[in-house]
Design a protein around this ligand. Structure first.
Ligand SMILES: Nc1ncnc2c1ncn2[C@@H]1O[C@H](COP(=O)(O)OP(=O)(O)OP(=O)(O)O)[C@@H](O)[C@H]1O
Length: 305
């Protein structure tokens, strides 16, 4: 359904490359204003091919894309000034300084933010006078981000924004993306980092071989997957002594239990351990993570399911 609140709508989208290979095979989703939406997927799943269609860099083979109510390919002039794009590989003249690069970009952007403000937002202010070729990989990603912010975009496309950043840089980027969302910017990002999608995305879609195979909030995508309890039994206590109802799987003394009812299963396990006078070493109980959901999808794919 398309409403004013939907800044991005994609319906039955397909993309084929020369030779007939179909990289995007009929996907549909929508992104509301002020939402952070993440596209996840294995290598070659079709994320970049999709994002390029949303950015208006190519025309779909079939289906429709609307960004801010327009076709981003045919009505590029209406869409381009209102979006910010951070590609996977930004290409900069390497002899310019950071400030010169941002200023050059700003001259091509109407109503641009002052370059210094954009550099400050991404934490590059202190590197303003450094030549681009002297930046680290992570600093170049930040410069890419600053350039995408110059036009004060209503919609921001971020293709793997934190690749190459260290843990602190990644957290800073997350904070910035959240701050932009909180001021009404709509963000569509692709990422390989599942914890990034889990922590940042309001909603997400997992792609595999050109199709969307799971979508929803991070909690919805993980909610249907089993939780896991792990521990080590003391020497001389075989896993066979555990209550059968727990369906435990053991490798030596290391035991793993997968359950849809974490609280009940954990309660049963702890009561059994207490009554048997057994100490469970390294006890760890956790709900399914997005990583597990993702790995399951990738595993099914390898198995041809
Ligand atoms: N220009 C092209 N010509 C032919 N095939 C292409 C082209 N670009 C991409 N592909 C193929 O389309 C499929 C999807 O690629 P795409 O880059 O969209 O995947 P992705 O999900 O972004 O992957 P990654 O996570 O590795 O960046 C891949 O099989 C890729 O080899």
């Amino acid at each position: 359904m398309t409403t004013d609140q939907h800044v991005i709508t994609v319906d039955g989208l397909r993309r084929s490359y020369a030779g007939g290979f179909e990289a995007v095979s009929g996907i549909s989703f929508s992104v509301a204003r002020g939402e952070i939406f993440a596209l996840l997927g294995t290598n070659g799943a079709g994320k970049t091919s999709t994002v390029e269609l949303l950015e208006g860099l190519a025309a779909p083979a079939a289906g429709t894309v609307r960004v801010l109510g327009h076709d981003p390919y045919r009505e590029r002039a209406a869409v381009r000034p209102r979006i910010g794009v951070m590609l996977q590989e930004g290409g900069f003249p390497s002899d310019l300084t950071v400030t010169e690069t941002a200023a050059m970009w700003a001259r091509c952007t109407s109503g641009a933010r002052p370059p210094a403000e954009a550099l400050e937002l991404v934490g590059l202010a202190e590197r303003a006078g450094v030549r681009v070729k002297q930046l680290s990989g992570g600093e170049r990603r930040r410069l890419d981000f600053a350039l995408a912010l110059l036009g004060r975009p209503e919609v921001l496309f971020l293709d793997e924004p934190t690749t190459g950043l260290d843990a602190e840089g990644r957290r800073d980027t997350w904070d910035l993306v959240r701050a932009l969302r909180d001021t009404g910017t709509t963000v569509l990002l692709t990422t390989h980092y599942l914890e990034e999608a889990e922590s940042l995305a309001d909603r997400l879609a997992i792609m595999n071989k050109g199709r969307i195979v799971a979508t929803g909030t991070p909690a919805e995508v993980t909610g249907s997957r089993p939780a896991r309890i792990r521990f080590t039994l003391p020497e001389g206590v075989p896993a066979g002594r555990l209550p059968l109802s727990l369906h435990a799987a053991a490798e030596g003394s290391r035991v793993s239990i997968r359950t849809q009812h974490l609280q009940e299963s954990l309660g049963e396990l702890l009561r059994w351990a207490e009554e048997s006078g057994i100490r469970l070493e390294g006890l760890d109980a956790r709900s399914a993570s997005l990583e597990e959901a993702f790995l399951e999808i990738a595993r099914n794919d390898m198995a041809g399911v």
